[in-house]
Design a protein around this ligand. Structure first.
Ligand code: ADP
Ligand code: MG
Length: 681
């Protein structure tokens, strides 16, 4: 503590653990919890005397950390009795303003006589002198007959920042909206907190009267922050007792670990076994690494579900958001300013300052962001989501704010096909309305089609009916008294709808597994390499398309690592590699093949090789057939392209594409001309 006298003003805070205060004087410790304002003030006055040689009115802070457990209050449980007491609040930072100075001691000069008056500023309202006091040597004029000029130089300022925290999502019961609390931060603590941070704020709960014009008897609460503690690891939020650990270890050795995990993912949803297996791997995640050259490679596995309406996409997303540690469910068209990524806004909250607000991907840092209706996201999100998917950061540069926020989360996105429903006669990839640059960042893209098929329909219907009936029976206290149906038999029959692992246990299992960072075995490497090379080989030769790229290889590595984690294995074995290959094969066959041939460009660039060929053909047709004045008519192009085996609707689609890209234009409706002759190579 004596150090502060030497280090001031670089160090302006003295930190003390609450237990130290308690050890020093239990009564004082207790008093501090109930009357922190007075207690902290006397501590700070004492500190000020130690450093008073440096300044007349030094800023020093006495900050207490690690409050006792009883002082920990959930935001939604804050009540009038907590006002004025020391509380400890856990939360996730949603908003933080820029750091701006606030005047604490204002010096005024009387415009008539030049006499100076000092007014100490407290609270939010700016206070000016009422008169130029005669007792202090002034001229005695009041505000009616003189003006007071604020002198900024001799006045004293302190840095301030306003933040808003919300309850951490994992504490919320069944889809409740998180409650929020405003916090005020001063001096050396300001500027260190970013939206998305998970932290514990210790401070004094204050109240502020509502209404500026007409005063109300209602008060708002806010926190006068005294100290901040950061939560380092995501998995530490989930308590794992030694008994839990024993259970987890034992479970990991059973032969059907995977079957059990898969059977615990949305059991009320019928089918989708492959999809569920991929979702299981997503929960565990691959290993994120920092290379020797400083590049970070993500371990998060991103999955996209694209499907017809009513194929249980939203249902699955909601389920995963509840299951995953730090899971968040949101929709691409959610209306908050921050959207999915982040935003800098100037609104009431900032009181004149810019505010940085975290969107879903930042709030889900080190967790799982489940984004429904991904195709409906706004333009701002569209441009910044790539960075988040690949680098795990979101950069904001607007007005006075430049910031990089952390968003190291796995993304589970859902979207509908472009025209509402998949047309089975067309390439699936063409019907996905997400920019290729975005789509290709997903490690797996599953398409879910819903076509009448009596056998499948019977199974799904049976499953849904069973689930509903089970739900109905569960509402009865004594189902054995019902005579019309055999309740016990119904319950037995629908046993499979009970998750194989209880949700809490699975969450603990996942959290525990994250402590491991498995390493690839030689066999796993050989398996992945062998697969990759063999698929690439399909793309050799002049006519062939590129079947797979290094992005898929990385997806395979991540999924293999996740598979090892799910078994709590330190080593990635060849079985793990095979599991990853099975999943990647499954989805590539659906979305990255055309006429039985593999073509990764369907998702990587949005244009398959055969489409590219057609574009060249069409472009040269436009060039050859155009006359100087009018260009060439669509009809003529369709006819000529027809003899090259390009169907009419394809020609029309490609014409539109070429126009959109500015490569051709219409001198008059229905006619086309090449925009620039040199472009034909
Ligand atoms: P989407 O988001 O794909 O449009 P929803 O998640 O809203 O679809 O699903 C519609 C309803 O249909 C949900 O109540 C869901 O439980 C049910 N459903 C759809 N497919 C299945 C399935 N395979 N098994 C069980 N229920 C299903
Ligand atoms: Mg939906």
């Amino acid at each position: 503590m004596s150090a502060i006298a030497d280090l001031y003003p670089d160090v302006r805070s003295v930190y003390v653990d609450f237990s130290e205060v308690e050890r020093f004087d239990p009564d004082l410790a207790n008093y501090t919890l109930m009357n922190p304002t007075l207690s902290l003030k006397s501590a700070e006055d004492a500190l000020k005397r130690m450093v008073s040689h440096t300044l007349t009115e030094p800023f020093v802070h006495f900050r207490i950390k690690l409050l006792p457990h009883d002082s920990r209050v959930e935001i939604r449980k804050l009540r009038a009795k907590h006002l004025g007491t020391f509380v400890s609040i856990e939360g996730l930072v949603r908003k933080a303003t820029e750091v701006r100075p606030k005047v604490t001691v204002a010096e005024f000069e009387c415009a008539r006589c030049g006499h100076r008056t000092t007014v100490v500023q407290e609270g939010m309202q700016f206070r000016e002198p009422l008169e130029c006091s005669k007792d202090e040597g002034g001229c005695g004029r009041g505000t009616g007959s003189t003006r007071f000029k604020l002198l900024t130089d001799p006045s004293k300022f302190v840095d301030t920042q306003k933040i808003e925290i919300q309850e951490p999502p994992e504490g919320l019961r069944g889809g409740a909206q998180p409650e929020r609390l405003v916090g005020f931060i001063e001096d050396d603590l300001s500027g260190r907190i970013s939206p998305g941070d998970r932290l514990i704020l210790n401070g004094i709960l204050r109240s502020q009267q509502k209404g500026t014009q007409v005063k109300s008897t209602l008060f708002e609460i806010n926190l006068d922050v005294n100290s901040v503690e950061y939560e380092e690891h995501e998995y530490e939020e989930i308590m794992i007792t030694p008994e839990d650990e024993l259970k987890i270890r034992e479970f990991s050795t059973s032969v059907d670990v995977f079957e059990k995990i898969i059977a615990s993912i949305s059991p009320t949803i019928y089918g989708y076994t492959q999809e569920k297996e991929a979702l299981a791997l997503q929960l565990f995640g691959g290993v994120s690494k920092v290379m020797d050259d400083g590049t970070r490679i993500r371990g998060d596995i991103h999955i996209a579900l694209i499907g017809d309406p009513g194929t249980a996409k939203s249902q699955i997303l909601r389920y995963m958001a509840l299951l995953a540690p730090r899971g968040i469910y949101t929709s691409g068209k959610a209306s908050s300013a921050a959207g999915l990524t982040a935003a800098a806004v100037k609104d009431e909250f900032g009181e004149g300052r810019w505010t940085l607000e975290a969107g879903a991907l930042v709030l889900a840092d080190k967790g799982l962001a489940c984004i429904d209706e991904l195709d409906k996201m706004n333009d701002q999100d569209r441009s910044s989501i790539h960075e988040s998917l690949e680098q795990g950061t979101i950069s904001v540069a607007k007005a006075g704010i430049t910031a990089t926020l952390q968003s190291r989360c796995a993304v589970l996105g859902a979207a509908n096909p472009k025209y509402g429903r998949f047309d089975e006669n067309r390439n699936i990839a063409e019907q996905i309305d997400l920019p290729p640059a975005l789509l290709s960042r997903f490690d797996a893209i599953f398409t879910m089609t819903d076509r009448p098929d009596s056998e499948q329909d019977r199974k799904v219907a049976g499953h849904i009916l069973k689930a509903h009936r089970r739900g109905e029976i569960k509402l009865h206290e004594s189902p054995e008294n019902i005579t019309e149906v055999d309740a016990a038999e119904i319950m037995r029959d629908s046993d499979g709808l009970v998750p194989a692992m209880e949700r809490d246990f699975l969450r603990k299992y996942v959290a525990y597994s994250k402590r491991l960072t498995p390493i690839m075995s030689d066999e796993a490497m050989r398996t992945l390499e062998g697969y990759y090379i063999s698929i690439r080989k399909l793309g050799e030769g002049e006519e062939a398309s590129v079947p797979i790229t290094a992005r898929q290889l990385e997806a395979l590595i991540r999924m293999s690592e996740a598979s090892a984690r799910a078994r709590l294995s330190q080593i990635v074995g060849s079985d793990d590699a095979s599991r990853a290959i099975k999943i990647v094969e499954y989805y590539l066959q659906k979305v990255a093949s055309e006429g039985g041939k593999r073509d990764i460009d369907l998702i990587a660039t949005g244009t398959s090789r055969s489409q590219r060929e057609q574009i060249y053909v069409l472009r040269s047709l436009v060039q050859q057939l155009s006359d100087e004045r009018r260009g060439v008519s669509a009809e003529e192009l369709i006819q000529k392209a027809g003899s090259e085996n390009i169907p009419e609707d394809r020609v029309r689609a490609l014409l539109k594409r070429l126009s959109d890209a500015g490569e051709i234009y219409s001198p008059q409706p229905g006619y086309y001309k090449l925009a620039s002759e040199e472009r034909i190579g």
